[in-house]
Design a protein around this ligand. Structure first.
Ligand code: Z5A
Ligand code: MG
Length: 212
């Protein structure tokens, strides 16, 4: 018999506010899903990623304009696209630590760019099989380890981002699950896992789609 091509891998996105536990949950998921890999956005290791890192750590002088940094975050996703698609079609499941939804939320929250402008450069990227949003009330976030010194790590900005994320969840296609991230790490993992199982099942039965 001719060998069957492998079933594609699933594309799972973990989104959420600062200190919600995204990276913690991504690595716990990765341990549970055979043949899976974490991709973190921004990927600061590429040349575009280094420009982003300079911006976030206030090392770019003069600072990049809101448009320029927005487009770089998107370009950082597009530059990884060929390797993401190759992994998925080889059957590897990808767990994304932030994606276009952070891209829209942070840029819109700054106040100068429209929602439509912010989503448009990501149109055509692959649509996740499941998007899990870790929600953290601001008072709980404030109790977790303090903010670092990066550009967006300020309380007022974080509260605006949380508001925009609500709009993002209403407007952006895809299967969204909101998880209360103020529970214990283990409890959050169980809720994340329930949503992930759905996404894995969806990916076995459906073709990968594009963001429209
Ligand atoms: N950004 C953008 O503007 N546009 C874009 O397109 C993209 C991103 C993709 C860098 O992001 C910035 O880029 C970010 C958005 C913007 N700006 N901000 N702010 P980043 O992903 O590099 O940020 P990060 O450094 O990874 O931090 P984080 O996201 O804030 O953290 P996290 O991954 O969500 O949390 P964690 O590291 O897993 O946990 C945080 C702490 O809480 C840690 O001490 C844990 O041990 C603890 N923790 C975790 N879970 C729990 C529970 N359940 N209970 C108690 N404590 C917990
Ligand atoms: Mg993180």
């Amino acid at each position: 018999a001719t060998p069957q091509p492998p079933t594609r891998g699933a594309l799972i996105v973990i989104e959420g506010l600062d200190r919600a536990g995204k990276s913690t949950q991504c690595s716990r998921l990765q341990q549970r899903i055979p043949n899976s890999r974490i991709i973190k956005f921004p990927d600061r290791s590429t040349p575009i990623g280094q420009l982003i890192n300079n911006y976030l750590t206030s090392a770019s002088s003069p600072p990049l304009t809101d448009q320029a940094i927005h487009l770089l975050f998107s370009a950082n996703r597009w530059e990884l696209l060929p390797s993401l698609l190759a992994a998925l079609s080889a059957g590897e499941t990808l767990i994304l630590d932030r994606y276009i939804y952070s891209g829209i939320s942070f840029s819109v929250a700054k106040g100068a760019l429209s929602y439509e402008y912010c989503r448009s450069p990501d149109v055509g990227l692959p649509l996740p099989d499941g998007i899990i949003f870790l929600d953290l009330p601001p008072d709980v976030a404030a109790e977790r380890a303090g903010f670092g010194g990066e550009r967006y790590e300020k309380r007022e900005m974080q509260e605006k981002v949380r508001e925009v994320f609500k709009t993002v969840r209403e407007r952006e296609q895809g299967e969204w699950t909101v998880v209360d991230a103020s529970a214990s790490v283990e409890e959050v993992t169980e809720r994340v896992w329930a949503a992930t199982e759905k996404a894995l099942r969806w990916a076995r039965e459906n073709e990968l789609r594009e963001i429209e």
